[in-house]
Write a protein that binds this ligand. Sequence first.
Ligand code: NAP
Length: 283
Amino acid sequence: MAVIIDGKKISQQIKDELKEKVQKLRAEGKHGALAVIQVGTDPASGVYVRNKKNACAYIGIDSLAYELPEETGEEELLGLIEELNQKEEVKGILVQLPLPEHICEDRVIQAISPEKDVDGFHPWNTGKLTIGEPGFVSCTPAGIIQLLKRSGVETEGKNCVVIGRSNIVGKPMALLMLRENATVTIAHSRTRNLPEICRQADILIVAVGKPQLIGAEYVKKGAVVIDVGIHRDENNRLCGDVKFDEVEPLASAITPVPGGVGPMTIAMLMNNCVQSIETGQEG
Ligand code: NAP
């Protein structure tokens, strides 16, 4: 029987720690707001934006909501970002992705001041991660590191396989595991012999974005399995990239979906915001 890594509980601990920190910072006269920009009315994005505002309210930081219509032009969006870059009280700027097709996401990400890029997507911050300097780190991979640390999972010298090489999950995840002294392999859609490679992993981190792709044949007995995926199955129930029922008996520890990686993303976003308020710059 695997230990079930409880992301709900761990994210709550982090938010409670941050709440206390925010109170102390306020007493020192340090405060600031997170600006959240949403373009269009995608229902999933709406839920994420609402959760972010609620998390801000919970830990005690201000949030500013900008809900722009679907037809908003790129120049208009870039103009708003520039305005927010200049505003002293705004310590974090987040543009909810995906954006409508007529807006270039890369241009938008790069318009955000790196010092307010609490999502950690700006090339300045991804570059800092690459060279091992402090900076804002993408929230989902940063949350996975917290899950591992707070669950007592040893990383040093362990074989870690990350499946997925996206800029927001796979690549920063691999760099963070490297920072934790794991021996890291990145697998992707062109990887040959994927099950065999995955079976080398002491820690298997799955971010493929394919519902229940990863079954028992990918998992070594005793491995720690982290499932980043989030999907709806044919019965409209939430599921991950991993076949939980098949993999759980083999694993020593595993994250469930829901209640594993998901709640950590917002907790780490809050962490980045607090860091920005605390230092006035990236942490
Ligand atoms: P993505 O941009 O679609 O990247 C998926 C990666 O998986 C790509 O690198 C792709 O390889 C690789 N891949 C796809 N099919 C594969 C296969 N059959 N075998 C091996 N590799 C394969 O997705 P993402 O943004 O990284 O997100 C991954 C998953 O995490 C999604 O389900 C997403 O919803 C979820 N997610 C969850 C959270 C959270 O808070 N829980 C946050 C972010 C993302 P190529 O590069 O070769 O195409």
